[in-house]
Design a protein around this ligand. Structure first.
Ligand code: HEM
Length: 474
């Protein structure tokens, strides 16, 4: 009897303890719930994934911002997310409190690029690699590439002029890849280049496909091609080491690197970062270039003004007899503003992802640990408070510098784009040679936008190019 009453007492005590903890947890959950940003989490598990992918993603974000304000929650691709549409909030996540938000990518994508690539990391490893990438893409380093980039641009345009109609985006991708190769390896043997191109193309296709690793799927082919890329890169690295070709290109920087303890980079770290840079450099630059052509084509007066600016430089270079100089590329004010306005209008990287590493409070709301956090670059670039009449393409708005943190096409903070100077240089060079020597016409009605996954004009902007024969060339 005594044992029985003792047992009941323990049971009673345990159930009181349990209900105490449960109610405390519930209270805590309720408090969390209360403090979460406004917004809707959609259906169980699916969240609002369908709503996002069944319309222009930018409309989805813009509608949400109108309804809930600059900070709102949603649930996409199985993850609860907080979206941030103000410059202050983007700065909070990317700059001032960057250590509280880690980069986050789906594992399937990480595997294709290579898990040691710098954009998946934080801390010392990231800092070391970033320094190497940044110094090989600094203005001092890239100014030497001008004649080679010019050669690539002219040869690409001449090949377009030989075709009936080209898919502008696809052609720009080829060009951007060649420039990527140039910045990583300097001049590279044609046989290696072809192998890299062929296999990278397969990886690229798989990256944007559904990640099922079954034989025959695009993802599986990409995994196999990624392994081949490793073999090719290892061969190039061995050759460079044997011939002691440790130049000041990115590969040279990687091979020369030693940390404070004298440790060098492993071969996997080098190959993952080479693929990472090629990946970061290609679609972004190609998409921006395609939009520049579209915006110029849509405004013939602007095109004429850009032509006049570039023609003056072309003439001063003996009608193309001399290469562009770095100083000339720094003094193309109208063309430069066209580039900035294209980056704003198109906002190629509409947003980025981070993950909260602890519970964080921002603007009176809770961002729970493990939630994805997305600074919405495009919403900031299209906010009429910072860019009046934001849907109107107007390069002259950049005659006055934008308010700080409102123009961030290359991101901000520790992960901001180290390739931004190279990307802008490529665009200036392409526009220079295009408007001084070629003409183009967009084929068909071009209104829509496609996501591949970056926004590009419909069907990649089909266009016809031809060489303009100027009087002095006859
Ligand atoms: C118009 C062209 C480009 C745009 C709009 C662009 C945009 C960006 C943005 C927004 C980020 C930051 C992403 C984030 O914070 O999550 C980034 C990172 C990066 N970009 Fe670019 N990019 C361009 C071209 C290039 C080029 C040409 C290269 C290299 C040759 C490059 C290499 C990188 C690398 C390596 C990172 C990762 C940096 C890190 O995590 O520390 N990008 N880019």
């Amino acid at each position: 009897m005594e044992t029985m009453s003792c047992f009941i007492c323990i049971l009673l005590f345990l159930s009181i303890l349990l209900s105490y903890f449960c109610s405390k947890k519930q209270k805590k959950n309720k408090q969390k719930q209360k403090m979460l940003p406004p917004g809707s989490m959609g259906w169980p598990y699916m969240g609002e994934t369908l709503q996002l992918y069944s319309q222009d993603p930018n409309d989805f974000f813009a509608k949400k911002q109108r309804r809930y304000g600059d900070i709102f929650k949603t649930h996409i691709l199985g993850c609860p997310c907080v979206m941030l549409a103000s410059p202050e909030a983007a700065r909070f996540v990317l700059v001032t409190q960057a250590h509280l938000f880690k980069p986050t990518y789906p594992k399937s994508k990480e595997k294709l690029i290579g898990p040691s690539a710098l954009f998946f990391h934080q801390g010392d490893y990231h800092t070391h690699l970033r320094k190497l990438v940044q110094s090989s893409l600094s203005p001092k380093a890239i100014r030497k590439l001008i004649p080679d980039i010019e050669e690539l641009a002219i040869s690409a345009m001449e090949s377009w002029a030989r075709e009936q109609v080209i898919n502008t985006f696809h052609e720009m991708k080829k060009f951007a890849f060649e420039v990527g190769i140039l910045s990583v390896f300097g001049r590279l043997d044609e046989k290696y280049k072809e192998e890299l191109k062929k296999n990278y193309c397969i990886v690229d296709k798989g990256y944007n496909s559904f990640p099922t690793n079954l034989p025959g799927t695009a993802y599986n082919k990409a995994i196999l091609a990624r392994k081949k890329l490793n073999r090719i890169l290892t061969e190039i690295i061995c050759e460079r080491k044997e011939k002691r070709l440790l130049e000041r290109d990115l590969l040279g920087h990687f091979l020369n690197f030693k940390d404070e303890k004298g440790k060098t980079l492993t071969e996997d770290q080098i190959t993952d970062n080479i693929i990472g840079v090629l990946f970061a450099a290609q679609d972004t630059t190609a998409s921006a270039l395609t939009w520049i052509l579209k915006y110029l084509q849509d405004d013939q007066n602007l095109l004429e003004a850009v032509e006049a600016e570039q023609m003056a430089i072309y003439e001063s270079n003996g009608f193309g007899n001399r290469s562009l100089t770095w100083a000339q590329t720094r003094n193309m004010p109208l063309t430069y503003m066209v580039i900035l306005e294209s980056l704003r209008m198109a906002s190629i990287i509409s947003f980025t992802f981070r993950e909260a590493v602890v519970d964080i409070e921002y603007g009176g709301y809770l961002i729970p640990k493990g939630w994805k956090v997305m600074p919405l670059f495009r919403n900031i670039h299209h906010n009429p408070e910072f860019f009046p009449d934001p849907k109107h393409f107007d390069p002259s708005r950049f005659e006055v510098a934008p308010k700080s943190n409102t123009f961030i096409p290359f991101g901000n903070g520790v992960h901001a784009c180290p390739g931004n100077e190279l990307a802008k240089l490529e665009m200036l060079i392409v526009v220079h040679h295009l408007v001084t020597k070629f003409r183009w016409e967009v084929v068909g009605q071009q209104r829509g936008i496609e996501y591949s996954p970056f926004p590009v004009p419909q069907q990649g902007l089909p266009a016809k190019f031809w060489k303009e024969v100027l009087n002095h060339q006859i």
